[in-house]
Design a protein around this ligand. Sequence first.
Ligand code: HEC
Ligand code: HEC
Ligand code: HEC
Ligand code: HEC
Ligand code: HEC
Ligand code: HEC
Ligand code: HEC
Ligand code: HEC
Ligand code: HEC
Ligand code: HEC
Length: 309
Amino acid sequence: MKLFARIFALCALAAGLGGSTATLAAADTSADHSLKGDAVCTRCHDESEVRPILSIYQTKHGVRGDSRTPGCQTCHGASDNHLKDKKVPPDVTFVGDNKSEARTQESVCLTCHKSDKRTRWAGGPHQVNDVTCTNCHNVHAAVDKVRARKTQTEVCFACHKEQRADTLKVSTHPIDAGKVVCSDCHNPHGSGGPKLVKKNTVTETCYTCHAEKRGPFLWEHQPVTEDCTNCHTPHGSNISPLLKSRAPFLCQECHDGAHASPDPVGPSRAAGKQGTAGFGAADYAGRACQNCHVMVHGSNSPAGAFLQR
Ligand code: HEC
Ligand code: HEC
Ligand code: HEC
Ligand code: HEC
Ligand code: HEC
Ligand code: HEC
Ligand code: HEC
Ligand code: HEC
Ligand code: HEC
Ligand code: HEC
């Protein structure tokens, strides 16, 4: 009951980082939320701890003189029963056998972190699958692995094995080197686009780095403006560069029937005749389509209607 009253009080103060610890303390009289108040806990949880506890003071959650900084009891609750009997766990715990439910955990964090980036957390794929803040974040550790570019993928790969396998293929984004990381394309906290992509569409997300593919082009190629994943796969492929299948098959998924243009190489071209060969005919399929249609992403040449220049 006490916990609910507390969370209710915290929620009432929610929205952004506005709630000062002074007001939090007023809402929950039995707890001291200032860092000074931490003494009730740190008299036992001290330097002798093998796990990272006091290193929280080296993080943004340990900034003295910032009134927004949470104390032990802000996150773990007043924990009167734990203070009386250390075998009884605190009101809120985030790891181990006694850990609180995902919703209880996240409500503590969201008291202060309901900013823009997390407005779509509720109802998002992580939240509905009971993945919670602490599945990715480590607040006590001096370095939070998921926010460090070099180590972020380790955290994600613990659950996403398929994407790990993809990044071992021939053609990938330079993820190993930490040059591109998952959160360059995804907002793990929730998104308005599909599959947690950062922007509202996949293509907008790709444009953030591949701006030269955005155009506008005099001659657009419809599947490109529509969705880059018509032809590419983002995480990895054995067909370079990050292609879903090899040309001509890639192209033939959409272009079948007759290659109705003048035969570009055969004798019919000289005669100016319309070609009758299908897209599968030797003249065409024998080579990769993009040998001739070099501008698959769009052309700015006045004579590039067929994406050949
Ligand atoms: C009298 C000593 C003592 C005090 C005071 C104390 N603890 Fe503990 N705490 C322990 C012991 C002992 C354990 C259980 C063994 C362990 O996990 O090391 C423990 C366990 C915990 C755990 C892990 C619980 C679990 O089940 O995984 C948390 C979290 C915790 N304490 C937080 C706090 C907070 C927050 C405060 C202050 C409100 C506090 N403790 C005050 C001794 C204390
Ligand atoms: C910002 C919220 C927050 C604050 C402030 C906080 N904790 Fe924690 N605590 C957590 C989370 C989340 C975990 C789970 C492990 C992690 O994220 O590092 C945790 C884990 C623990 C554990 C168990 C560690 C384990 O591996 O079993 C103890 C003990 C603990 N905290 C004590 C404290 C003490 C003492 C303080 C004050 C000095 C404190 N916490 C301040 C959120 C917080
Ligand atoms: C009482 C308010 C409060 C609570 C509760 C709280 N935080 Fe924070 N958190 C802060 C403040 C203040 C900062 C620093 C923000 C800044 O400097 O812009 C911060 C920063 C962070 C950062 C970024 C750290 C950095 O180095 O930039 C992460 C990640 C974070 N919090 C996660 C959590 C998680 C996970 C929880 C729940 C276990 C939590 N917070 C609970 C107030 C809080
Ligand atoms: C699936 C993994 C994952 C989960 C779950 C997750 N985060 Fe994050 N979080 C990240 C990553 C990755 C970053 C760094 C990239 C970024 O800023 O978008 C980050 C950054 C942050 C930051 C610092 C930057 C900022 O947005 O202000 C805060 C604060 C934060 N997370 C809070 C939370 C809270 C609160 C929750 C739970 C409601 C949560 N996170 C759940 C992965 C996660
Ligand atoms: C270059 C941008 C980019 C990067 C980097 C990236 N992703 Fe993705 N991811 C996407 C796009 C686009 C989709 C949706 C289209 C698709 O599934 O092919 C997606 C889909 C996903 C899916 C859903 C798959 C499904 O089939 O439902 C998961 C899970 C995922 N990504 C995890 C990750 C992880 C983990 C990382 C870091 C190792 C990562 N992604 C890095 C762009 C990216
Ligand atoms: C504790 C496990 C866990 C961790 C860690 C984790 N995820 Fe997830 N993720 C899930 C689950 C469960 C789902 C929902 C089911 C699914 O699609 O597999 C999911 C779904 C996704 C999706 C697909 C969303 C959709 O709409 O289908 C993306 C993208 C994703 N996660 C990215 C990430 C990234 C990026 C990280 C690291 C920053 C990460 N995840 C860390 C468990 C996790
Ligand atoms: C964070 C920036 C970033 C984003 C976002 C991004 N890329 Fe990339 N992309 C790169 C970098 C860096 C390379 C490597 C370039 C190099 O090696 O010269 C690359 C390379 C590629 C390659 C060539 C791969 C190869 O093997 O040569 C393709 C194809 C590609 N990206 C497609 C996409 C698609 C599709 C999306 C959207 C789902 C996307 N990229 C989003 C940064 C990004
Ligand atoms: C119709 C299929 C198709 C679509 C859709 C497509 N691409 Fe490509 N892309 C290719 C092919 C084929 C290649 C290899 C070109 C070659 O072999 O010269 C390629 C190569 C690339 C390369 C590496 C070489 C270069 O030109 O820089 C990048 C980066 C790239 N594409 C990004 C994108 C982005 C971003 C999108 C979405 C805006 C996209 N592609 C949509 C077929 C496509
Ligand atoms: C996802 C479906 C799709 C894929 C895959 C695809 N295309 Fe297209 N392509 C289209 C559509 C749709 C148009 C526009 C047709 C129209 O305007 O009549 C188009 C137009 C073209 C045109 C210009 C023709 C014209 O009449 O404007 C050429 C050339 C072309 N594609 C070549 C290719 C090549 C080469 C590949 C493989 C690298 C490829 N396409 C892959 C759907 C696709
Ligand atoms: C040897 C060069 C060459 C190859 C290989 C080639 N094309 Fe073409 N294609 C052309 C030329 C040249 C035109 C435009 C002719 C004109 O000016 O009317 C054209 C026209 C097209 C058009 C638009 C007109 C139409 O016929 O519908 C499409 C679509 C197309 N090609 C797709 C493909 C695909 C798919 C492949 C691979 C299976 C392919 N091309 C292979 C040279 C080639």
